[in-house]
Ligand binder design. Structure first.
Ligand code: HPA
Length: 273
């Protein structure tokens, strides 16, 4: 278990680095979506490697840094890149940034990812507002002794994705004209893409999208009382839907193509928060 003092050391270091600036919203950007961080005004870039105790991300397409600054009038901390379970460092490290930002005073998490569309009516390039998630693997970022200073032993997940913030996201989509699906995101630990059988199972369980991130961060954020809004960009139809293999290249290319819609929607959401 990571000692609470490690989070405190990271937060104290960032607090000093940022001076007067106090982030209110943490945004985590998924694969291929990192460029949104470039829109931050008066940006302060802080590579994870400079922060004491901070876990490093190794995935191609992830920059591995924070961008602190203002966006649509809000004080944001944007994570360009995150640590995934499949990088081999455990789920606690995957949620490290969420907890540090909570200690810095952020009360809202906007989490985004690239995922596969499980729902056959979705199309690559479309964005899904996450209404709920499925985590059927025997793992949680809260495994181990509970840190009461973050939250309770048995946190409630019955409205993990804030209904009020989701309503606001729907309005933002309507106002910007960006197509927004809404559905359930199912977590797969990866790094292999799912099999067609796993995707059929996911669909019969009620999943609309599948991916390898987000759920651990959402659990940690709810554990420590943050409000959560989640978006999944369908970068591909999930395994077995089309007669073609899946690739990280396709994920990155669709992310690139959807960048404009994604940015417009996120900016509007931030304005409304
Ligand atoms: N499955 C899991 N993760 C993903 C996918 C997928 O099809 N596409 C992008 N990330």
């Amino acid at each position: 278990m990571i000692p609470f003092e490690h989070y405190e050391q990271s937060a104290a270091w960032l607090c000093q680095r940022l001076g007067e600036f106090k982030p209110e919203i943490l945004m985590i950007l998924g694969s291929g979506l990192g460029d949104f961080g470039e829109l931050v005004e008066e940006p302060v870039f802080v590579p994870y490697a400079e922060i004491p105790n901070f876990p490093q991300s190794t995935v191609q397409g992830h920059k591995g840094r924070f961008v602190f600054g203002r966006l649509a009038g809000k004080r944001v901390a944007v994570m360009q890149g995150r640590v995934h379970l499949y990088e081999g460092c455990g789920l606690e490290k995957a949620v490290y940034g969420v907890r540090v930002l909570k200690l810095l005073g952020a009360e809202t998490l906007i989490v985004t990812n690239a995922g596969g569309a499980v729902n056959r009516d979705y199309r690559p390039g479309q964005i899904m507002l996450i209404s709920d998630h499925l985590l059927l693997f025997p793992m949680s970022p809260l495994t181990g002794p509970n840190e009461e200073r973050f939250g309770p032993r048995f946190p409630d997940m019955s409205a993990a994705y804030s209904p009020a913030l989701r309503e606001l996201a729907r309005q933002a989509a309507a106002e910007t004209g960006v197509h927004l699906n809404e559905g359930v995101y199912m977590y797969f630990p990866g790094p292999q893409f799912e099999t067609p059988a796993e995707i059929r199972a996911a669909r019969s369980l009620g999943a609309d999208a599948a991916g390898m991130s987000t759920v651990p961060e959402v659990i940690a954020a709810r554990h420590c009382g943050m409000r959560v809004l989640g978006f999944s960009l369908a970068t591909n139809m999930a395994a077995g839907i089309l007669d073609q293999p899946l690739s990280h290249k396709e994920v990155m290319e669709t992310g690139e193509a959807a960048k404009y819609d994604f940015s417009r929607l996120m900016r509007k959401v931030l304005e409304k928060l």
